[in-house]
Each structure stands twice: as C-alpha cells, then as structure tokens.
Design a binder for this molecule. Sequence first.
Ligand code: SF4
Length: 316
Amino acid sequence: MAEYDVSPSSQLNPSQENVLAQLGAKPSERPQFSTGLKNTLKRRLEEVAQNLLENIPNNESLFLSKHLLTQLMGCEKRYIAESQESFEWSIPTARGTLSHKAIELSIFWQGPKDPLTLTDAALNRAEQGTDYMADWIRGLSEGDRAQLCGEVNSRVGSFLETWPPLEKRWKPMLETPIRVELAEGKVVLSGKVDLTLGSAGGNTAGKVIVDFKTGKFSPAHRDDLRFYALLDTIRIGVPPRLVASYYLDQGEFSPEIISEDVLESTVGRISDGITRLTELRFEQRAPSTQPGPPCRWCPVSEDCIDGQDYLSDYNE
Ligand code: SF4
C-alpha cells in the first residue's frame, strides 16, 4: 500500500518482515477499478432483495452476517438447530473477542506494550460493561479467569511478536463496522472488520483487510473476507486491494487479491444466502441436509438419518 514503507528495517524480526512483505505493495502493483463497479454490484443484490420482498412480513427484516452466511451455505438443518440454541459465553468464544480488544488497545497504547498488561486492560474493560459478556466475566471462578487470561495473553503476545508496530501513516482501523442495506432496509448485510490498513486513492485500490483467527485454516475464512470485501466495495466504491486471514497461533497469513471476479462470485453467494434465509424463515421450506465432517459435533446428529449414515461410514 502506498502508505506502507515496505523497505526492510533492521529492527524487525523475520516474522515482522514477512507481514510487511505480504501486505505491502508498490504503487505500480495496485489495481484500478471502474467507477461503475459499486453500482453494478449493489444493483445485482438489490434485484434479489426486491424479488424476495413480498415474502418478508412487514414487521420483519433479514440480517445477514458472514457467520450466518457460512451456516446457510452448509447444512441447513444444522443451521436451524443451532439458531434455536441460546448463545453462551465460554472461554473459547470469549478469548477471540478479548484478544481482538487487547490488540486494538496495543495500537493506541502509550506505555510499554507487554501482552499481560494489554490482556488485563481488555479484561477489566470488558468486565466493567453492562452486557452479558461483562456478567459472564464477573461470574468466572478464579481458575477460569486465569485460564482465560492466559489464552488471551498468548494470542496478544503472538501478535506483538509477529507483527511490526502499526504506524499511523498506515491508517490502521480496528473493529470497523460495515453495513449495506437493501430493499429500503428490509435486508441488511453487516459485519465488523478486525483490522484495515491503508485506503484507496481515487479508483486505485489500496486498502488491506485483515481478519485475525485463532485455530487452523478453513475455506470459510476466505469466504468471510470476501463478504467484507464486497461490503466495503459497495460502501467506498473501490474494492480493497487485498484481504488476509492471519492465524495468530501460527503467525501465518492466508491472503487473497480482490478482483472483480471474486466480487461477482461473492454477490452470487450472498444472493443465494438471502434467498435461502427467506425461504427457511418465512416460507417454511424444509431445510436440506449436507452430511459431512460437521455431523460429528452437530447438536441434532442423533435424530438425523443422513447424519447417522455419514457417521457410520466415517467410523468404519
Ligand atoms: S447430522 Fe449432519 S446432516 Fe444431519 S443435520 Fe447435522 S450436520 Fe446436517
């Protein structure tokens, strides 16, 4: 990105150099996009949303996130089962949220940036809130709190060790909400981007979108970033130059250059998702099944014939 100085610095370790090398681009390497791209993409989504309007009750709206879209593209029966379960905070679900918060604090932190200080600050802020997460943290036993703190601390430490310090001129922005409304707000696509760096200049792409991940690579992570890339294109008018999942445990990137073809296929996926969601929620269509590895931890596997068939083959 133009704002990136990609020249190696003797102060950076090889992992930090790798981050710069992966994310940086010379001005000549940045693609240009047509001015009409935003309207073309939005018009296609708008047509799908308008066609579904008569099936969405007056007092209802459809909200689609990257997570919901991935659920809908997988086994619909499992999605229905999971959507009926109430969400519970746990150490695995909270550690990602708190790691992101601590990383966010690290960028603007004035004092020494040691992971434990940042982890403590993130936890203390979260527990002072008025939401369900704050209640959950306040109710943790000493042991669970220590475990949560340790798991967040190791992810924040990994970030600080493998990323170069983010400079103001790279325009870092964290937890940025993005939203696109279709059909006069009856269909809403939304999300929150972990980190963006850089920005477009005119019709030249310059932004990089990064999603921090704990755990291992999944193809769904690439779809998540494509979802964000499309929303940002419709919001700004120019696509991000690059999107990348960054795996904190491994210090590894999975980057993808954003092209018009990628955006077109994402429009198709979202259109499919909106249609499926409308059919399942308002038209009482029976959900389809998609047996596969997720059957192993599916909450309704015991009552699912297709899932049981898959699992008995899998266990043979
Ligand atoms: S067991 Fe498998 S096929 Fe059945 S609902 Fe669950 S994920 Fe779908």
